[in-house]
Ligand binder design. Structure first.
Ligand code: NAD
Length: 260
């Protein structure tokens, strides 16, 4: 897949999976806006990409749940590079708690970042994509778009909801040459996952080793974590696919944890 001169926005790209996707897109020739809540980290990530691929990365300050910041961030990218060809709505957090203890504030925060963020960023890029008659929207789902685990009510709800959003964008965007797909990774060793290991051990009353071995990797075919690079390859496939044949889909990349 080749993204030469394609303008890409990856949210949450200062860390983890988003960062890996941004690096992979730049390697494939794309220009990449590293959009993140954490501007210092976004600038460091963009500088690291520019060191390997001069002029191919810029940092953008963006809270994906803030309508004005999303509009301003997308406008900044369009002003610098002319358009947006690929959006990866990836920014996300995790909060674990049983339903009866989940605070309403945490519930709303989760839905705001995962669902409002996907909606707001998509809405901001679609006029640019429709004007040029092409584009790819990629939403970061999860195996939790397809199944549920205890303690993750808001996350599971939001990740399921992204499937509906992507399918609707695919229907509306098809006549404009805009595709929409969802990536559904299994557990990937990032700060988001590292934070959960002690939290889940405490909530479930088991050791951290058992959280990893049984809860996170127990259903995989080989006991292995999915890597950032694995997820980035799927993102590249969705970003560079040449026709509407691949749209409205969700692809699970999880070492066989979830099969369909
Ligand atoms: P991470 O914590 O390494 O990175 C998340 C990034 O998002 C950070 O740079 C953070 O600053 C940014 N961010 C958080 N809130 C934001 C906001 N409101 N606006 C803009 N940026 C914000 O996490 P990760 O593991 O790389 O997760 C990335 C995505 O992948 C998330 O949507 C997550 O749900 C999804 N995912 C992760 C895994 C996994 O196992 N790590 C599995 C499936 C899906």
């Amino acid at each position: 897949m080749n993204l030469t001169n394609k303008v890409c926005i990856v949210t949450g790209a200062a860390s983890g999976i988003g960062n890996g996707i941004a690096r992979r897109f730049a390697q494939a020739g794309g220009k990449v806006a590293v959009a993140d809540l954490n501007l210092d980290a976004a600038q460091a990530a963009a500088a690291a990409i520019n060191a390997d691929h001069p002029g191919q990365a810029m940092a953008v300050a963006m809270d994906v749940s803030d309508e004005e910041q999303v509009q301003a961030g997308v406008a900044q990218v369009a002003a610098a590079w002319g358009t947006v060809d690929v959006l990866v709505s990836n920014a996300g957090i995790q909060i674990v708690n049983p339903v009866q203890d989940f605070t309403y504030a945490d519930w709303k925060k989760m839905l705001a970042i995962h669902l409002d963020g996907a909606f707001l960023t998509t809405r901001a890029v679609l006029p640019l994509m429709y004007a040029q008659g092409s584009g790819a929207v990629i939403l970061m789902g999860s195996v939790h778009s397809k199944t549920a685990s205890p303690l993750k009510s808001a996350y599971v709800t939001a990740k399921h909801g992204l499937l509906g959003l992507a399918r609707t964008i695919a229907r509306e965007g098809g006549p404009h040459g805009v595709r929409a797909n969802v990536i559904c990774p299994g557990f990937v060793r990032t700060p988001l996952v590292d934070k959960q290991i002690p939290e889940q051990a405490k909530e479930l009353g088991i050791s951290e080793e058992d959280v990893v071995r049984k809860v996170m990797l127990g259903q995989t075919v080989d006991g292995e974590f999915t890597s950032i690079e694995d997820v980035a390859e799927v993102a590249l496939l969705f970003a560079g696919f040449p026709s509407n044949a691949l749209t409205g889909q969700s692809l699970v990349v999880s070492h066989g944890w979830f099969m369909e």
